[in-house]
Design a binder for this molecule. Structure first.
Ligand code: MLT
Length: 257
């Protein structure tokens, strides 16, 4: 499947994968900050943004295969750096699992390596069914608050509105397909252990969705892992703290071969 993409700059490629239920626009600041030295490519994953929304479920392996196919079609030569936020991190890990030789480095932002508990998986199925009945807006409206640190919820209504609008536009088939796909994913801590490339883990100190301990476990599992915790950031570090996130990513990229 050919995905809709945004790209900027030239040089070694950095691929950025967005979270659920968002789209590539969440990376706007990072595209600007990283593109002076890199070709930065940000796709809309299947079912999101302007990419196609075929019937689900969307296993993370399929989303990863879409990304690789799209990069091949664009002539982006491996190895490249792949970074993913939350669901984008699940996709990045599935890509690392299946295509380890394509990686120059892996960046895991506000994400986890673990599988869903049975309860989380059941909740995802219930939300997917509600979305199929009612559309994306109402069943996902509670997510907006959880995505931001409490202070940013108050001080950055522009960001909150921007994210709420992206969620409203997410096609119901796409959101349901992604929810069911996330529920199917296996634990991939072993993938991180087996990687022979540097791994950067970025956590938000106020992330209400991913506890810092899960981020630390990923950094500790990597042979060459580093954890950066961004003060004040919630689940959307690249949007809530764009400067700090870009600085962490830039210093990681600078030490890659
Ligand atoms: C995301 O931001 O991508 C989601 O919170 C991931 C999830 O629901 O596990």
């Amino acid at each position: 499947m050919r995905l809709a993409i945004e790209q900027q700059g030239s040089g070694p490629a950095v691929v950025l994968l967005h979270g659920f239920p968002l789209d590539r626009t969440m990376w706007a600041n990072q595209l600007g900050a990283l593109s002076d030295r890199h070709r930065v490519v940000a796709p809309d994953l299947r079912g999101h943004g302007q990419s196609p929304s075929p019937p689900g479920p969307y296993p993370m392996e399929d989303l990863a295969a879409d990304v690789v196919e799209t990069l091949d079609a664009l002539g982006v030569e491996p190895p490249y750096v792949v970074g993913g936020l939350s669901m984008g991190g699940y996709v990045a890990l599935a890509l690392a699992d299946r295509f380890p030789d394509r990686l120059l480095g892996l960046m895991l932002l506000n994400t986890r390596a673990g599988a869903d508990s049975p309860e989380v998986a059941r909740n995802r199925e219930a939300t997917a069914q509600a979305i199929e009945r009612e559309g994306s807006t109402s069943p996902l409206s509670g997510m907006v608050d959880k995505l931001f640190a409490p202070a940013h919820r108050r001080s950055r209504p522009d960001l909150v509105d921007q994210v709420a609008e992206v969620i409203r536009r997410t096609p119901p088939e796409g959101a349901a397909g992604a929810l069911r796909g996330m529920a199917m994913r296996p634990d991939r801590l072993g993938v991180i252990r087996s990687l022979r490339v540097p791994v950067l883990v970025i956590a938000g100190a106020e992330d209400a969705i991913v506890p810092e301990a899960e981020s630390r476990a990923m950094a500790d599992a990597a042979a060459d892992g580093e954890l950066i915790v961004i003060p004040g950031a919630g689940h959307l570090s690249p949007m809530e703290a764009p400067g700090e996130t870009a600085a962490a990513v830039q210093s990681f990229l600078a030490r890659l071969p």
